[in-house]
Design a protein around this ligand. Sequence first.
Ligand code: UDX
Ligand code: UDX
Length: 468
Amino acid sequence: MQKKIRNICCIGAGYVGGPTMAVIAKYCEDIQVNVVDISIERIKEWNNPDTSKIPIYEPGLSEIIESVRGKNLHFSTDLEENISSADMIFISVNTPTKTKGKGSGKASDLKWVEASARQIAKFSKGQTIVVEKSTLPVKTAQTIKEILESYKYLDTNSPRTFEVLSNPEFLAEGSAINDLENPDRVLIGGNCKKAITCLEEIYLNWVSKEKIIKTNLWSSELSKLTANAFLSQRISSINSISALCEATGADIKEVSKAVGMDRRIGNKFLNSGPGFGGSCFKKDILNLIYICDHYGLKETSSYWEKVIEINDWQQKRIIDVVLDKLFGTITGKTIAILGFAFKANTNDTRESPAIKICEELIIEGAKLKIFDPKVNEIDIENCLYQLKSSPKSVIQSSFEVSNSISNAISDCDGIIVVTDWIQFSEINWVNHIASVRLPCWIFDTRSIINSKLAKESGFKIWTLGSSS
Ligand code: UDX
Ligand code: UDX
């Protein structure tokens, strides 16, 4: 199997599939890239003539869509046509944690991956390279292969062959385009050298050869899970020390800087905060735990369990501080929530720490005013309405979505900075002190506000990881 790739299909037009295919289309003008999705609504949004309204906010993405959409990048719901014309098919569907049955709460639910494999098996023609883009448990390639192989001889008039590759995506949301255009490495796992070369040739259009690593399938799948586990472990490590800083008088920013300047440790991913969110970290660690348990590696799985425990604890202890500072009760008090996305520069709210924080505040009887520069009202409502800890009517009457920082802050007793949006570091607190109820506390969980100015303006400040 070695041929020139002319037609790519990607199943799944999400946070990974969309930006990844846009960048491939940008650098490979002679390849037609077709992104398909079962969601008619999502595809409609990707095809919106106004590229500022595409479903994903990601710096630099709209510009690429503007330049390649309709030329060699297309968004469609027609799976059959796009699969049958593809030489290479990326599977980029979501793989949520199972909510019932065996492995519930830990294992990844692979039903969408399996469904994609069946569709490929049914509609593909000739030689097809199938690429796992989604983060998947080790050995998923085997499942995909078995499904593909079982359909292989169905239509004897058009013999078909499949090769499965693992090519996990390491992009982080908010910096997806930069990560895709300047990756630290590209990882291709597989058993067929020719298929690997076909995929490598695509990346060589903009990535240098030294950065392309080739491994066996299982190493590739496990490397992605391990990378996410290590990154989350760093966050839990620094967050655990942030509590110690508050207790002792050390300052987490100073400690992070001093520790990170050791080149063996490095200075990235050492920002303490309200715990990691996003669609990957928690899911992937849970998955790792599940796999370790499956292989009887109890010590390994309990080691990784701790990373999640610290993350949950970090959010809980922020709520405890809020309660403590607001005289032990927040019933009927108004709290401004600044930021709802799980991190800055994205409109993604999956596993956002803001959700847990809002949930606990609602249980305590607070009224919330939520502002995020990019997350829309419907997404915030959807996140909060699915909480089970309070009746829907209570949730409904416990929050409102504000259209500006000023609106969110006015009349409040406390302000929690949850997301690290740059706008929040630029707030001129002098302008807001007259509109709040005094004493008004700012809880800066990201250590980003101008706390000197806020203090001078009359606010009371709690900064995560600092005792002052
Ligand atoms: C990411 C990563 O790809 C994956 O590694 C991780 O495991 C979960 O999250 P992401 O792109 O962020 O995926 O997910 P999402 O934005 O939910 O997009 C998935 C898309 O696949 C959705 O648009 C969904 O409609 C689509 N889909 C799902 C299909 O087109 N077909 C299916 O059968 C199932
Ligand atoms: C992550 C991985 O970085 C990426 O390689 C993988 O492909 C998908 O999962 P993502 O979840 O998009 O990417 O964002 P990331 O920047 O890793 O942030 C994850 C969470 O950790 C966010 O909630 C962020 O606020 C938090 N974080 C990150 C910290 O609290 N402190 C840090 O120092 C860094």
